[in-house]
Design a binder for this molecule. Sequence first.
Ligand code: ADP
Ligand code: MG
Length: 281
Amino acid sequence: MSTPSPIPAAAQAAASEHCGRGLVFIEVTDRRGSAVWKAAGPKGTAALKVGRGEGVEITAREAAALAALAADYFVSGGVTHGAAWLITDWLEGPSTWEVFAPVRADGTGREQALAAAADLCAAVASLHAAGWVHADLQPSHGIHTTSGVKLIDLAWAWRPGWDQGTEFNGGMTHLLSPELAAAILTGEKPVAVTAAAEVYALAGTVWTCATGTWPLDYEAAGINPKTCTPHELRQHIATGRVPVTADRPWPELQDVLLPVLLADPANRPTAGELGKMLESL
Ligand SMILES: Nc1ncnc2c1ncn2[C@@H]1O[C@H](COP(=O)(O)OP(=O)(O)O)[C@@H](O)[C@H]1O
Ligand SMILES: [Mg+2]
């Protein structure tokens, strides 16, 4: 059991201003230098993220990105006494992973899942249209609300010219396109995350939601992902020779996603085009 990270007074005050006095904090996650609580009070609910140690810079950058993007769910953020914090409206709704739960369980709920996948693509497409990439897309980072998909965990969100920090390593390793894995291995900063690399992660996210496993079949390539370091995994991914898993629980959907995972970056569809392809299934 980890010790719950304390909430800085300034963050408590900001949460209280937004949610009302007498609010309660419920811990959601606590990992890798940052913790998230759900704050609930008489005036509303919010998500409070607090970064400490190496998480200070990352959390501060996430708050700055939310502000730069004018995200309608961003409330406030700050840095205080060795901690950075940010408050967003609590987004009501399932993550993409959760929307796909019936699909993974028994193949039901496909219509809803396809609509959700298309909505996720639309949210990514509009981020790209604004000149940004999320750079850490994952099954849990799209929240499907009644007013569309909201992308969370924007710590690595980037546009050319934006401070990326020194710790960026491509976001979720299992969803790294080969060319992005190769770019990270060079050690050069900033790592230019292209919309095409993000479309790979987007297709990989939907693949993972549908199948329950990451897209690449490491074992088939003689790789044990549990004993590999992330650096070694990136080296394998960068070769482009790790095959995609052979499991086809939803062939029609996977027939759309597979070519995206296999294509050269220049031949991948845009996020918007991928969304349209999913919609027409
Ligand atoms: N605004 C929000 N609304 C609802 N849930 C949220 C919100 N922000 C974070 N969460 C929840 O907290 C979890 C962790 O948040 P995330 O920003 O991904 O932090 P981490 O850096 O720990 O991955 C998310 O997967 C989600 O369940
Ligand atoms: Mg996250």
